[in-house]
Structures are given as C-alpha cells and as structure tokens.
Ligand binder design. Structure first.
Ligand SMILES: C[S@@+](CC[C@H](N)C(=O)[O-])C[C@H]1O[C@@H](n2cnc3c(N)ncnc32)[C@H](O)[C@@H]1O
Length: 311
C-alpha cells in the first residue's frame, strides 16, 4: 500500500480530546462558528471557508472517505479556518458543542431515505431539530436544502415546537455540491427545496457528559467458566469474544456498546494484579466513557463473580 502524504491537522479526533470542544482553542481565535452536517466531498465547506476568512467552520461527516477527500481539498486550498470531525451528527451535537455556541448550521442534500420503512433514518426529525436549536446561539439559524420534495414536507411537519421561525422556498441550483450537480446532470432537476430556520426561542438540552468509570476487582477468575452475557439497560451491550493469555494471566473481552446511535467497540481487560483480578478498559482503547461503557464493565464483573468458587 502506498502512503498518502496529507496533513491531518484539520482533523479533530474527538474521542481522544477533552469534551465539550473548546472552540476558541480549536481555532486559535474567538470567531463565529458554522457547522456543515454531511459535507460529502467537502467542496462547499472549503469554498465557504475561503469566502469567509473571519469565521470558523466545522464539517461533520460519517464517512471516512469524505473526510479524506476534504483533507486533500483543505491542503490544496491552504484554507486554515476549517476542522473536520467524523461521526454521527446526533452524537456529536449532544457531546461536543455547548448550548448556544454555534452561529449557523447547514446541511445540503441530506440523505432523503425515500422508502417508507426507512423514514426512521431521516436525520432532521423533531428531537434533532430541538438539539440543533439548543446548540445555536440566540438568533442563530439552520439551513436545509433538499432535492426531494417529500423530505422537505416531512421536515416542515417535524419543525413545530422546535423554537424556529421558518422561511421556505423552491430554489434553483445554487450550491454546486456533488449531489446538487448529480441531480442536475443526471435527472435535469432544476428545482430544489430550501428551509431556513431562524432560532426564536431557546430549548435547553444539556450536554451529554462523560461519566467517571468505576472499574472492578474480583478475588478470583476462571477463564474456562467465564461466559459474559450482554444486556439491554440504558445501552445495548454485546460481548463478541474473549481471549485468554495464561502466562500473562490476562483475559481480553471485545465489547460493543450502542446507546442512542452511538456505537463503541472496545476491549476490556481482566488482569491479575497481586492477589486479585482487575476489570478495566484495555489500555490504548480510545473510549468515550459513557453510562453504556459502565454497564459493560458491570456485566463483566457480574459474570466474573459468578465464576468464583463458592465457600
Ligand atoms: C446525499 S450526501 C450529500 C453530500 C453533500 N452535502 C452534497 O451535497 O454533495 C449526504 C451525506 O451526509 C452524510 N451523513 C448521513 N447521515 C449523517 C449523520 N447522521 N451525521 C453526519 N453525516 C451524515 C453521508 O455520509 C453523506 O456524505
């Protein structure tokens, strides 16, 4: 595999740095911050950042390929006021941005999920609109542009009670993003649908903060009989496999924790420490300490305790 040389400076490894984000520190100055959700190829994000050097820009994307392509565009354009974060916007807005900290949020041609049974995947539902409201500053605003009329109608149905004043209009191709060009060139679509939402009332949705994890200790541990079972409380917890290294007296359990669309895969170690065994997240795993991670540790503790020889 040939290495690609690219600066990773604009990339924000959000699970490995203090949360919520300290925006002035992230950009080295205190300027208005705009966030693009689902920036795709990153053309529009980079263009806007070049046009508006006195503002700072954060692009959020689920897809690594999009992050990589945008990193290349940032490097080529030498623009300095853009940062990129990989993840689900629903999780990132809950955990990274303090209420009232963002000036403007926009999303161009978000996935419309046209099939009825997939409508539950649509991003801009009422809970997410309320979350965005809480993260916007007073009089801040949100822009959504879609190519798909039923999605536009659906968002309008979600927006009441979310603290916004809406302006809607049909608009011609304006943004020259990859998807706008695609619809224009492949389908000849000339009309798109724009929803502008101005914040008129603040909804308080507190930050989701990290928890302080409580690790566990057991007196004895028997790898042959150890059979951890997953659970479903606050989070869905599954244990995928257990490895045991006898000379090092160390077991490693691969866990998956899903909570509200936030999925974490990590290893937990059960390791001999003096006369006892410690149960704790394995070193080097960059986990976000959540209630779900705690539940995984607690389930492993219960399973390990059940293996203790009874007196
Ligand atoms: C249809 S594409 C549009 C891309 C770009 N805005 C454009 O107009 O060319 C939607 C993008 O949103 C991203 N996306 C979908 N759901 C997301 C989420 N929950 N959080 C962040 N990005 C998301 C996808 O990875 C995809 O790149």
């Amino acid at each position: 595999m040939k290495a690609r040389y690219i600066s990773l400076d604009p990339y924000v490894p959000w699970t490995q740095i203090p949360r919520p984000l300290d925006l002035p520190r992230l950009f080295g100055r205190d300027a208005p911050v705009e966030v693009e959700i689902g920036f795709g190829s990153g053309d529009y994000l980079v263009r806007r950042a070049l046009e508006e050097p006195n503002k700072d820009f954060i692009g959020i994307e689920m897809a690594w390929l999009s992050i990589r392509n945008a990193l290349r565009k940032i490097a080529l354009s030498r623009v300095r006021n853009v940062r990129l974060i990989q993840g689900d916007a629903r999780v990132l807005f809950k955990r990274l941005f303090v209420p009232g900290s963002i000036t403007y949020i926009y999303s161009l041609f978000p996935c419309p999920w046209p099939k009825k049974r997939h409508a539950k995947h649509r991003l801009f539902d009422a809970p997410f609109l309320k979350l965005l409201n809480s993260r916007l500053e007073d009089r801040g605003s949100l822009l959504i542009v879609t190519d798909y009329r039923p999605y536009y109608d659906w968002i309008l149905g979600q927006a009441s009670g979310c603290g916004f004043e809406l302006t809607t209009e049909a608009c011609p191709p304006t943004y020259s993003t990859k998807y706008e060009r695609k619809w224009l060139e492949e389908k000849g679509q000339q009309q798109f649908y724009r929803i502008h939402m101005k914040k008129i009332g603040h909804l308080e949705i507190p930050l989701e903060e990290d928890v302080v994890l409580k690790t566990h200790v057991v007196e004895d541990f028997s790898p042959e009989h150890f059979q951890p079972k997953g659970g479903k409380k606050t989070a869905v917890v599954e244990f995928k496999e257990t490895l045991y290294d006898p000379p090092r007296e160390k077991a490693m359990v691969r866990a998956m924790v899903a909570e509200g669309g936030f999925v974490q895969n990590f290893w937990v170690e059960i390791i001999k420490d003096g006369p006892q065994w410690r149960i704790r997240p394995a070193k080097g795993c960059s986990i976000v300490p959540t209630v779900g991670v705690q539940e995984a540790l607690d389930l492993l503790y219960e399973a390990a305790r059940q293996e203790m020889p009874r007196a």
